[in-house]
Design a protein. Sequence first.
Length: 270
Amino acid sequence: MLMKKLRILTPFLSQKLLLKREITISSKTQLDFHVYSSISPQVETQFPHFLQPQRLNFLENNLGFSQRTLFCSEAAKKIYCWNCNCVSSNITPFLVCTDCGSVQPVDQSVDYFQIFGLENKYGIEGENLERKYKDWQRKLHPDLVHTKSQKEREYAAEQSARVIDAYRTLTDPLSRAIYILKLEGVHVDEEEKIDDIELLTEMMELRETVEEAADSQALKQIQGQIQAKFEQSSISFADALQIRKYEEALAAIRKMTYYKRANEEIVKKL
């Protein structure tokens, strides 16, 4: 049975002070009222469907919350521009204020996919990513902020560096795979020692083949074989990720890592 985690805001002492908790519920439970950010007297008129008796009864009988408890999603959090105090939802990355145009401080809760307005998935469109990357770099270019305050110039430099790091991570298949698993809460030890005998044997044979290669043509042929193996491992990662088999996804990352290193060694010899 598919389970989902929801963050819950519980009123404490007053309507303005809330405590955040997490619960796990079955996907069969029909809770379509999960995007609410605060408790206010106007909630009855703003969200009448939320207050239907059967839903309130579910909260009290199954989750142990009072009728004044509301669910809150991260998408409902409000972010304020430091310069004009304009409110923006973090559904989209708040790198630059859409109202006054001021560059904003880095928000670590915005992940690399959100920076470029992309869906969090392994397969991405390279052209779309590059176009949005160039668009952000234009908006954050030093020439556009050189007359701004010291604070905003620092924000622009930090945002630009993060956009560059995000672009490099997402354009590289291996880095993108590792990053996605980290977003999923799966630890990836990039320096882990491999105990896969079959893989180790393959890599030893590959090194010997590279060392014995007679010329650049032979090296390029080996390079093509390695690239094919890398792409196959990349497909294996995508398949494992889709069905949430993280051990298989990690195994695919190990192979991708070895094949990438082997290719780098060949490049040095070419």
